[in-house]
Design a protein around this ligand. Structure first.
Ligand code: GAR
Length: 205
């Protein structure tokens, strides 16, 4: 079994797509064992609860400093003994100690075709605002491994989505979620579960 930990911050529609894929038997032997949110009010936590998955909140606001938050996050991750960490709309910069311990075992979904509209400051709706401002005719989503940079790790899957005349950022976001994100994230997890995309070993502390 591939033990999957999902990190979220908000609505959790990508989490829902993964839950639904698991229920439909489309994730191979991958199983979501825990959901971690940095935001206590994330609807994603309710989605986890509804699916009978343990949901844990590790909020930076409840710690005196960033270092203590990072330690608590690593602890909450380690407790679940995951084989794979999935960032599904997790809007926290992943601490270096987590990246080291789980090198090439962390994947992220980004709502554009990397290397366009990615990096620091490009998240959520801002990505789609930038794509529309530039006037691209095609955008999409990318699943990639997470390294120390922002959206710089090796690409696993991408899917292109048409930008339509008169699209608002919200309309483009919704189309990219439906046509790309909710498709390629479960697909990437399945490929990993089937051993078609090899994971790294992580570095011992
Ligand atoms: C998704 O569109 C995801 O690609 C994006 O946040 C949204 C989360 O939605 N992630 C980033 O922008 C990361 N840089 P969700 O909570 O409904 O899955």
């Amino acid at each position: 079994m591939l033990r999957v930990l999902v990190c979220v911050s908000g609505g959790g529609t990508n989490l829902q797509a993964i839950i639904d894929a698991e229920k439909a038997g489309e994730l191979g032997d991958a199983k979501i064992v825990r959901v971690i949110s940095n935001n206590p009010n994330a609807f994603a936590l309710e989605r986890a609860r509804n699916a009978g998955i343990e949901g844990v909140c590790v909020s930076p606001k409840t710690f005196e400093n960033r270092e203590d938050f990072h330690k608590a996050l690593l602890k909450a991750i380690n407790e679940a003994t995951p084989d794979l960490i999935v960032l599904a709309g997790f809007l926290v910069v992943v601490p270096e100690e987590v990246i080291k311990a789980y090198r090439n075992r962390i994947i992220n979904i980004h709502p554009s075709l990397i290397p366009s509209f990615c990096g620091t400051g490009y998240y959520g709706l801002k990505v789609h605002e930038a794509a529309l401002a530039r006037g691209v005719k095609v955008s999409g989503a990318t699943v990639h491994f997470v390294d120390e940079g922002t959206d710089t790790g090796p690409i696993i899957l991408q899917k292109a989505v048409e930008v339509k005349e008169g699209d608002t950022p919200k309309e483009l976001q919704q189309r990219i979620m439906e046509e790309a994100e909710w498709v390629i994230m479960p697909r990437a997890i399945r490929l990993i579960a089937e051993g078609k995309v090899p994971l790294g070993e992580g570095e011992k502390a």
